[in-house]
Write a protein that binds this ligand. Structure first.
Ligand code: GCV
Length: 973
């Protein structure tokens, strides 16, 4: 790839055509006559962020504006295909906004200067202005942007060999103006580093997005094939980054997308994307021959299966001639795959590749496979390296940047460079699953740069990841970048204005991985917030510092995986939860970190080139930021600075969290320099980040102090741990909640602990003496009201002016309140027969058929049951089913109320619908993992009692859950 090459072109004069041709472009509201004055900062018009970096606000500096207007005010286009037309439309829109005067295409250049766009094929003027040899070097996607002066006329030329190059060149020219670059000497030539530059969406057909934090999916499958302008704007945004492929559905996908009615919808979408050079791809479910085709196998060696894929590919290409191909997640996290039939990943990929080959389609086969936590770091390498050379030419193995799962810090994946005969591409996560969602500012370009710059050494020095995935180390036929997108239907696309910097950075790096994080941060800032030097400096600095800041207050020295449970639902991977992820950071009383060495650990280091392995093998020589990813060390292990690991953890958590407050102060300095609306949005977001950072700091500092009992040399504090944090309380009774108070000061303290409880609850404070570095458990009395409820209780210790780690999640109890069995008509704790039952409650399991003597039980279909082992005795287990089930209850005379508890300690829980006598009486909303809710249904036993049937069901294709059912007689009114 050659980028930014300076060239000189001397061309002879040419006769120019003269007829003006307008494409009828609309003029943005901002295209007002030039006023020649800088708009007052106080009057910056409010922006909602929808334009992202495609903001075409008028150039403020009058001199610069005049120069741009002179150079670009006349746009000459002599025709071309749809991609060129999109380029010209964008130039019309962009320049009209930027120059403050209407710019429309014409076919000749009467004025002394003009912007000329096109290909040699479609434009005589381009043929005259740009030597054919230059264009021949550009391939199908490259372009030149060049100033050519001839006979006193100045031409700014955007020229390419193919239409797509014109489109990308047009966006480049606009970027130059948006970032206020002088054009007098412009002479650049660009070609992409990789052919595959993919946007991967993890969007589901029900509108939800796996790991999406910007609202719901904007792919509206109900309305498609009906289109709306957002699809066009989406395609423009991708094209502005030169992204040329979009996988529009989640890697965890049903088979549906491969057949009608989806194909017609996909074809409509593909039509919009095509005009911007973006090919449409879908994720294929490997079991599709079974799920869609009605076959009894998906075995890649089965002729019927092969035939099915061949027929399916023909059908897809019949509707979408430029369909890109399939992305596949197979035999990973429960997905079907070739291993189910004793075949290999290569066998599976080749099956699909074979079906796509006649049409030029490709298969991107993910290497993200892990069966067990213990083998997670090595499994992809162990499964895929023996298959090197066995994948079809039109198959590409898609490899996550690191061996685990998009953690804050991981080494580069050992598969890079280890598959010399297998097309490989890199998968980066733009959506911030483990890096703070759309709440924390975490600019990931510096992280990606580190991975791209990592020298695998596998093919000698200089075989960096960037060179591997840009096909410069091995002779790959397909290679490139995939980015898991952070777009949703939020008006500003990414939920937070600042998160869009990651989208921009990803696309730009996919085009040219040599671009620097500094340049990209500044470029995005200029295009998004304008060119005020103070804004550029401040925002760039905020972006560039943010990953390290996030790392400091979350995951020190490569600890990784500290967010709550790995298989948690949509909201998962946000809060700290060190106690539930010990299998990854293996902290214990003696030390911290995961031993991945070959000498004493799991042997992961062995997967790297010898020099890297040797460095990784030694705590003294490995990169310090990966120390705890690679080694288990004592808390007193000294870092190069002389600081111990535990002190480093304390220091970075406090300084990192403090820096977030500084970040907001920095942002405040831009109050009048950024429009009020976006200023306020970002300000609010940074406020949330301050709170969240304190939560991370206090939770982790408290956790590691508790384990190590080593005091911070610089700080002292008190902390509380409620254990167990998930607890059952009996309503109307005196309960005792155990709270451990820990003293992280240098001397013994008299402490008093209080419990924050909701209104209507009672609690008393508890006093305890706690020795230095010791913990003392106090029993906090608490009396909730008798009605079933859910509540969060906060334990707050104090001792004079000693600071308290108050934001620690470990000082919270998440309680479920149930009435004592003695006060209930029915007190049923649901779950499998093997699970524990709350004292005095009756078990409601799949085997609880209706029994008159018991007064409750299933009639007809009996549900399944699950025990997660997580949470308290009531919430850990439940009965569940996708089919409806009828729970019959015997009611006494008079009115009573049934309370049904639903939720899941782990995963998303969609709905519980309760019908009585065919009428819907209650329905739960979608709940994230760990969330529960009580449904309340008034019932009437009549004058002599009766039996009532509660029909429990879920929405179509969903599963209902029931953790407990209590029925209490209503008291006198
Ligand atoms: C799409 C992690 C995420 C999952 C994701 C998976 C993958 O496990 O938490 O949500 O599934 O990676 O990349 O396939």
């Amino acid at each position: 790839m050659s980028s930014g090459i300076r060239r000189r072109s001397l061309l002879s004069a040419a006769a120019l055509g003269s007829t003006a041709a307008s494409l009828g472009l609309s003029v943005p509201a901002s295209a007002q006559p030039v006023l020649g004055t800088k708009p007052s900062a106080a009057t910056l018009p409010a922006e909602d962020g929808y334009d992202l970096w495609l903001r075409y606000r008028r150039v403020e500096d009058p001199g610069q504006l005049e120069r741009y207007r002179a150079a670009l005010g006349t746009l000459v286009w002599q025709g071309g295909g749809p991609l060129q037309q999109s380029a010209v439309e964008e130039l019309g829109r962009g320049l009209t906004g930027l120059l403050g005067t209407r710019v429309a295409p014409r076919i000749s250049a009467p004025s002394p200067a003009a912007l000329v766009v096109g290909t040699a094929k479609s434009s005589a003027l381009i043929r005259e202005l740009v030597p054919a040899a230059d264009l021949a070097e550009l391939g199908d996607e490259g372009y030149v942007v060049r100033r050519v002066t001839r006979r006193g006329k100045h031409f700014t030329v955007v020229a390419a060999h193919a239409d797509r190059g014109v489109l990308y060149g047009a966006f480049h020219l606009l970027r130059l103006v948006q970032t206020r670059r002088p054009l007098e000497q412009v002479d650049l030539m660009e070609r992409p580093a990789t052919p595959l530059r993919m946007a991967n969406h993890w969007d589901n057909d029900d509108g939800s997005i796996e790991r999406g934090y910007a609202g719901r999916s904007f792919f509206d499958w109900e309305k498609l094939p009906q289109l709306d302008t957002r699809y066009t704007d989406y395609a423009r945004v991708l094209a502005s980054l030169s992204i040329n492929g979009a996988v529009i559905n989640n890697v965890n996908t049903p088979a549906d997308y491969l057949a009608e009615p989806f194909l017609t919808k996909l074809a409509a979408l593909a039509g919009v994307l095509r005009r911007y050079g973006v090919a449409l791809y879908v994720t294929a479910n490997f079991a599709a021959p079974i799920d869609l085709g009605g076959l009894d196998t998906a075995d890649p060696f089965d002729p019927g299966v092969r035939g099915w894929w061949t027929k399916q590919a023909a059908e897809i290409y019949g509707k979408i001639e430029d369909f890109g191909g399939f992305l596949v997640k197979a035999n990973s996290e429960g997905r079907p795959g070739p291993l189910d039939y004793g075949r290999t990943h290569a066998d599976g990929a080749n099956l699909l590749a074979g079906a796509l080959r006649p049409y030029g389609g490709i298969v991107m086969w993910r290497a993200f496979v892990h069966d067990s936590d213990e083998k997670w770091d090595r499994q992809a390498y162990l499964d895929f390296t023996p298959l090197d050379g066995k994948f079809a030419h039109n198959a590409v193995v898609q490899i996550k940047n690191g061996p685990i799962d998009f953690q804050v810090r991981e080494p580069a994946h050992p598969l890079f460079g280890s598959l010399p005969r297998t097309n490989s591409m890199i998968e980066l996560q733009v959506t911030q699953e483990y890096t703070g969602h759309a709440t924390h500012l975490c600019y990931l370009v510096p992280q990606w740069k580190e991975v791209l710059d990592f020298d695998t050494l596998k093919a000698g020095e200089g075989s960096t990841v960037a060179r591997v995935v840009t096909g410069r180390v091995h002779s790959y036929t397909h290679f490139g970048f995939a980015g898991v997108m952070n777009f949703g239907d939020a008006r500003n696309w990414t939920g937070s204005h600042l998160a869009a910097a990651n989208t921009h950075g990803y696309g730009r790096l996919a085009w040219n991985p040599d671009l620097s994080a500094q340049d990209l941060a500044a470029e995005w800032t200029r295009m998004t917030f304008g060119n005020d030097p103070r804004v550029v400096k401040t925002v760039s600095a905020l972006l560039l510092d943010s990953w390290h800041t996030y790392e400091d207050y979350t995951s020190p020295l490569g600890t990784g995986y500290l967010t709550h449970p790995p298989d948690a639902s949509v909201a998962g991977h946000f809060d700290p939860s060190p106690t539930t992820t010990t299998q990854f950071h293996t902290s214990d009383r003696a030390g911290i970190g995961y031993d991945r060495t070959t000498a004493t650990g799991d042997g992961f280091t062995e997967l790297y080139a010898p020099a890297t392995r040797d460095a990784y093998e030694s705590p003294a020589n490995c990169p310090e930021e990966l120390l705890l990813f690679l080694h288990h060390v004592p808390y007193t292990h000294r870092l190069a600075s002389g600081t111990t690991v535990i002190q480093h953890i304390y220091d970075t958590h406090f300084s990192g969290a403090a820096r977030v407050a500084d970040m907001r102060t920095e942002w405040e300095g831009l109050r009048r320099r950024v429009d009020h609306r976006r200023f306020t949005d970002v300000h609010r977001q940074l406020g949330e980040q301050i709170t969240e950072a304190a939560k991370w700091r206090d939770t982790l500092v408290a956790y590691w102090f508790d384990l190590s009992r080593i005091r911070d040399e610089r700080r002292a504090w008190l902390q509380a741990i409620v254990a167990p944090a998930d607890t059952v309380l009996l309503g109307g009774e005196r309960n005792e909640l155990p709270v451990q108070v820990l003293n992280a000061t240098g001397s013994g303290l008299r402490t008093v602990t209080t419990l924050d409880v909701p209104e209507g609850w009672r609690s008393e404070e508890a006093a305890a003496y706690v020795a230095s570095r010791e913990g003392q458990t106090v029993k906090m009395p608490v009396v909730p009201p008798p009605t079933p409820a859910l509540a969060t209780l906060h334990a707050r210790p104090r001792s004079g002016a000693v600071p308290v780690l108050d934001a620690s999640l470990r000082s919270l109890a998440k309680a479920v309140v149930v009435p004592p069995a003695a006060r209930c008509v029915h007190a049923l704790d649901a779950g499998p027969d093997s699970a524990p039952v709350l004292k005095d409650y009756a078990r409601l399991s799949p085997s609880s058929g209706w029994h008159e003597g018991a007064g409750f039980g299933w009639v007809g279909n009996t549900p399944d049951a699950t025990d997660t082992g997580l949470f308290d005795v009531v919430r850990r287990d439940y009965v569940r089913d996708s089919a409806p089930a009828v729970l019959r209850l015997k009611l006494p005379a008079g009115r009573c109320t049934a309370h049904l508890l639903t939720g899941d300690p782990n995963t998303l829980n969609r709905s519980l619908i309760v019908r009585v006598d065919g009428i819907e009486r209650a329905r739960s909303e979608q709940l994230d993992g760990r969330e529960f809710t009580w449904l309340r249904i008034p019932l009437d036993g009549g004058s002599s009692g009766r039996e009532v049937d509660l029909e429990l069901s879920a929405k179509e294709d969903e599963t209902w859950h029931l953790s407990a059912c209590v029925v209490v007689a209503d008291g006198p009114a």
